[in-house]
Design a protein. Structure first.
Length: 90
């Protein structure tokens, strides 16, 4: 599965890469090179980040499902129990 960014996010990511190079590298990076670098990151590294996010979401949902069972569980056949009197010993 290919990870695609919306056009506005892609443009902002390219600008951020260029800014990073300007601030931290000896040579600036152009728009085309920054776009290629972003493409590399999206193809090579983003799937690992995506898979981790999905695993975290699954873990969170499983915990909530367990809580649902605890929070929303109702014992069946309780109608007559509210009418039962404790039996007295003679």
């Amino acid at each position: 599965m290919s990870i695609e960014l919306p056009e506005d996010a892609r443009s902002e990511a390219i600008a951020s890469i260029q800014r990073y190079f300007d601030a931290n590298m000896e040579e600036p990076i152009g728009n085309v090179a920054a776009g290629a670098l972003l493409g590399f990151f999206l193809e090579e590294i983003a799937p690992a980040v995506y898979n981790k996010a999905i695993a975290d979401a699954q873990e969170s949902m499983q915990a909530r499902i367990v809580d649902l069972d605890i929070d929303l569980h109702e014992d069946p056949f309780q109608y007559w129990r509210k009418y039962e009197q404790p039996r007295r010993r003679k």
